[in-house]
Design a protein around this ligand. Structure first.
Ligand SMILES: Cc1ncc(COP(=O)(O)O)c(C=O)c1O
Length: 435
């Protein structure tokens, strides 16, 4: 019998860890999932979406245009509004930014754009530098492209840019710099850690990209999927903002988190000379994202429903985040040695258990958690395999569950952790390291 002869790329494409969570959810129907990266169900904007669809379809000419194929780059009025939206966040005029609507590309979720950017810029054996930990779904994409991911540690101010500078200097000395094509950062309320990159580091990152563009342009992929979901404090300028000649930073964002993932519509603002190469790939993929969804999003932005909805979401998620943080305080007192992040936005809290208490998919903690009917994302998924991989962390999402279920989920997690040895009595620990 003939063998199944997959391409090299197919053979280096592994199952995404997401399959693991789907299976666990099916096997444990009463499970409280603090693992799912889904958004809040109750606040999904059915009325706003219905009104926008109705308005478009009630106008025969507009309706037919929306139901026809669109363009590869996206619906022109939407691209224009996306730029205006971005500049509104930055507090910049078009002239100040030097950007134009032709630098905007609409995609089928920002995930498609991340993939296409990888296809456009990266060859097998190339190097991408990412934060440690980082968004594991994109690691899968990069592995499938045959790309090597090197990770740089992060702290509460985001990627450690001193460590990045050292790594780049070392790669340069070792003659590997020509292989380093891109630095990937999730700079607002990072998935998975909830951390945000500081203003100083944003600036430094662009300086480093400029400095190390010796052989070819070193790009920064700024994945700002969660930027608009801020619950405290002031917004920070994007990294793109410091890329004053629009040469280094590819900014990707999405309507999935601030509006609805069902639209599966994302977008990017790219260096001008990368737009056409990217569109050639997108032409091969789908020659344009859902036109109808783009018309609807255009209308939602036009009418201001988008902004009202994001305001409402901020209140919904703030309450959930506060419920999770308060439950963690109550269930994991200092004596347990557990520490966690306190994000100002996004959907995730990152918890670190004491040394020895591993969280991996086959760990005693995971078994105990499933027995208690609670699920988290093992932190090790967010590190590339190797010596720097931390095995005692976990991503906890407050996006999907109600505040009550979040509290119950954290209580279950604490019971599970105690059953596998989480300390109940005082242990020596460093002062002031709870974040
Ligand atoms: C950091 C990050 N980037 C990109 C995406 C992709 O989202 P979408 O394709 O729905 O825009 C996600 C989804 O969870 C994400 O967490």
């Amino acid at each position: 019998m003939a063998t199944v002869d997959l391409s090299i790329r197919a053979r280096q494409t592994e199952d995404q860890p997401i399959s693991y969570f789907m299976k666990a959810a099916v096997e444990h129907p009463n499970l409280i999932s603090l693992a799912a990266g889904l958004v809040d169900q109750e606040s999904l904007p059915t009325e706003d979406a219905k009104a926008a669809f109705d308005e478009i379809l009630a106008d025969p000419a507009l309706g037919r245009a929306a139901l026809q194929y669109g363009t590869t780059e996206g619906y022109a009025p939407l691209r224009d509004k996306i730029l205006a939206h971005h500049l509104g966040l930055e507090g910049q005029t078009r002239a100040e930014s030097g950007l134009s609507a032709s630098d905007v590309v609409v995609s089928t979720g920002s995930q498609q754009l991340l993939y296409l950017i990888g296809e456009m810029l990266l060859d097998p054996g190339d190097i991408v530098i990412a934060e440690a930990p980082s968004y594991f779904v994109y690691h899968g994409t990069l592995a499938s492209l045959g790309v090597r991911v090197l990770q740089v540690p992060m702290d509460d101010s985001g990627m450690d840019t001193d460590a990045l500078a050292e790594l780049l200097a070392r790669l340069d000395r070792d003659g590997e710099l020509p292989r380093v094509k891109m630095i990937y950062v999730i700079d607002y309320f990072q998935n998975p850690s909830g951390r945000t990159m500081s203003l100083e580091r944003r600036q430094r990152l662009v300086e480093l990209a400029r400095k190390y563009s010796k052989h070819r342009t070193l790009y920064i992929l700024e994945d700002a999927a969660y930027r608009e979901l801020r619950y405290d404090g002031d917004d920070l300028p994007s990294i793109k903002r410091f890329d004053t000649d629009n040469r280094h930073v590819l900014l990707t964002m999405t309507f999935s988190k601030p509006m609805a993932p069902g639209f599966k519509t994302g977008y990017g603002i790219l260096p001008t000379d990368l737009v056409q190469p990217l569109l050639r790939f997108k032409g091969n993929h789908d020659f344009g994202s859902s036109n109808l969804n783009q018309y609807v999003l255009d209308r939602l932005l036009e009418k201001g429903d988008y902004y009202r909805h994001v305001d409402h979401l901020r209140d919904v998620y703030r309450e959930k985040r506060d419920a999770m943080l308060a439950a963690l305080e109550a269930e994991f007192p200092a004596v347990t040695g557990a520490t966690w992040t306190r994000p100002d936005g996004g959907l995730y809290v990152w918890i670190r258990f004491p040394d020895g208490l591993e969280t991996g998919p086959d760990s005693p903690l995971m078994k105990a958690a499933l027995a208690e009917e609670v699920l988290y994302v093992p932190g090790e998924f967010c590190y590339v395999k190797g010596p720097g991989r931390v095995r005692t962390e976990a991503r906890l999402s407050f996006g999907v569950s109600t505040p009550d279920r979040i509290r119950e989920g954290i209580a279950r997690l604490a019971r599970a952790a105690r059953s596998v040895g989480l300390p109940r009595v005082s242990q020596p620990r460093l002062a002031g390291c709870r974040g």
